[in-house]
Design a protein. Structure first.
Length: 240
């Protein structure tokens, strides 16, 4: 993970999300729906739902929106049936891209994702064509500016909780876990009174590609176009 600050990316992304609040609410509601559909409507026994609720609240989603999404999933309200899917492809100059979606119409979503790739110098590939280039890990960010943190003490606490690694990033401590250990580490830190700025299981590229000029511009437009799609939840890539 050396040389990569996910915290910096998070701050940039949150700034962009403020401009697209309605779409963000929709995406987070879908996330809540799937978590509740698969694991039930009780966050105490459904860690994925608890994570989705925390993420929704961190983005200021109203409680009634959260309750509505959960009630739809558990059969208390009528609603569309969503399913998760991951599309893989290549951006300009072969940059690896994965697109996580939540959709009630896979044909529509596949068409929209394919169009975004083709319009910006990339192409949609087969399942598995780039996923081997990413590692799935848990990530937790603790702001060093908003928490009174002793670095050595925190390091011992996260190791004891089951984390794999901790890095000092600009303005934050970045903690990395296996997907399986993520919830235990998160709960341990919350119980000890730490305020978590970000907590998610996500994908990290094993290596990075550098683009310049037109290729860099096309890659940025590709990511923007994908993130603007209503069904797209996350876009992962190895462009540094």
């Amino acid at each position: 993970m050396a040389g990569h600050s996910k915290w910096a990316n998070i701050k940039h992304r949150k700034g962009a999300q403020d401009k697209k609040r309605g779409k963000i609410f929709m995406k987070l509601a879908k996330d809540l729906y799937v978590a509740a559909k698969e694991g039930g409507g009780d966050p105490e026994t459904n860690p994925a739902l608890r994570q989705a609720i925390d993420k929704a609240k961190a983005n200021n989603v109203p409680n009634e929106n959260i309750d509505r999404a959960i009630n739809k999933a558990t059969g208390n309200l009528d609603g569309a049936n969503y399913e998760e899917a991951m599309y893989e492809g290549y951006g300009p100059n072969g940059v690896a891209v994965m697109v996580e979606v939540l959709t009630d119409n896979r044909n529509r979503t596949a068409s929209e994702v394919r169009h975004a790739f083709s319009k910006n110098g990339g192409n949609l590939g087969e399942n598995g064509c780039v996923s081997f280039m990413f590692d799935r890990k848990g990530y937790i960010a603790i702001s060093s500016e908003e928490n009174d943190v002793d670095e050595e003490e925190l390091m011992l606490e996260v190791i004891e909780a089951g984390a794999d690694e901790m890095e000092t990033e600009e303005g934050a401590f970045g903690i990395y876990t296996t997907p399986e250990a993520f919830q235990d580490v998160r709960s341990s830190l919350e119980e000890q009174g730490y305020s978590l700025e970000e907590a998610e299981v996500t994908f990290f590229p094993q290596t990075y590609a550098h683009l310049e000029g037109d290729d860099k511009e096309k890659m940025e437009k590709l990511v923007d176009m994908l993130e603007d799609l209503e069904d797209v939840q996350e876009v992962y890539h190895n462009h540094k």
